[in-house]
Design a protein around this ligand. Structure first.
Ligand code: ADP
Ligand code: ZN
Length: 290
């Protein structure tokens, strides 16, 4: 019998569930809208009921509790998303399937996917940043996803303001944190309601966006020294951002740290929308082999 592995990429807009064999051949993959847990999870269970898997890895939107010593380990914690705050995601899964689990963030599994099969292949460490509806980051350090008492919340770091940026910021907690200044909705609000993909490629808005993303790359470089910084998410589809981020990074870093060549250091995802699910499947395989 072919051994099978399960993956759930749980996003705030949609869930992707997949089952594959040990060579990452996908047996089945589905997308489920993220509504309320009762509805969404019923479809998740309907999907996995069809298979016997060796292990399941879940990369979830957050914040989530990843601290194994915590009473609420496996819960989605403080999300404003209706019905999901204090939801015992992992517990609910375990009640249905008694298999080994990996439980981490959506950005950590994407970082892992890119490290093993994507833009950071061959590296031992990488940083994955997504700029979409929100802004966040995950990391792999020495081959392991990065967690501490909880998981990093890289999108909410404090920013030095671009001198010409008058936009107040989108974050409901901090206003002008990194997410508040760079996520898709922030880009659109700064531009007066223009859709991000309709903003001219030579607009000042992109210079401002690149300045903040470069500043974030500099800070993460100083803290983590990743071998690669990989950008995903809808906003990063604006390819003109990459040379601008690299240039601004160089200006802001002032050559203090000698990084790898910036063209190879700050790059776009290679696996695209498959980064997360690939990372989950690989983590599930590793967990099953323990
Ligand atoms: P999510 O974060 O919900 O998983 P995305 O990564 O696609 O989804 O992020 C959606 C955000 O990205 C929207 O705010 C949208 O403005 C922005 N976005 C999507 N596609 C593009 C694009 N081609 N260029 C610029 N911005 C985009
Ligand atoms: Zn914030």
């Amino acid at each position: 019998m072919t051994k099978l592995y399960g993956a759930i990429e749980a996003g705030g807009t949609k869930f992707v569930c997949a089952v594959s064999d040990a060579d990452l051949n996908i047996v089945e993959r589905v997308q489920i809208p993220t509504t309320v847990p009762a509805e969404t999870m019923a479809q998740v269970f309907e999907f996995f009921d069809k298979y016997t898997v060796e292990a399941i890895a879940i990369g979830s939107f957050g914040p989530i509790d990843v601290n194994k010593n915590s009473a609420t380990y496996g819960y989605v914690t403080t999300t404003p998303k209706k019905g999901w705050a204090n939801y015992n995601f992992l517990g609910d899964m375990k009640a249905h399937y008694d298999v080994p689990y990996v439980w981490t963030t959506d950005v950590n599994v994407a970082a892992y996917g890119e490290l093993k099969r994507g833009a950071a292949k061959g590296c031992q460490s990488c940083l994955y940043l997504t700029v979409g509806t929100g802004m966040g980051g995950g990391a792999v350090v020495n081959g392991k996803v990065l967690e501490g008492f909880g998981h990093p919340e890289m999108g909410h770091i404090t920013m030095r303001r671009h001198p010409e940026d008058k936009y107040e910021g989108y974050c409901i907690y901090h206003k002008d944190c990194l997410e508040g200044l760079t996520c898709g909705p922030a880009v659109e609000e700064r531009a007066g309601g223009v859709k991000a993909y309709d903003i001219p490629k030579d607009a000042k808005d992109w210079e401002i966006e690149a300045y903040y993303l470069a500043q974030a790359c500099m800070d993460y470089t100083l803290i983590l020294s990743p071998e690669k910084i990989v950008f995903g998410g809808g906003v990063s589809k604006q390819e003109q951002l990459f040379p601008m981020i690299r240039e601004s990074f160089k200006e802001q870093m002032k050559d203090y740290v000698a990084t790898p060549d910036l063209d190879d250091y700050i790059v776009h995802v290679e696996l695209g929308d498959d980064a997360g699910i690939t990372g989950c499947l690989l983590l599930a395989m590793e967990e099953a082999a323990k």
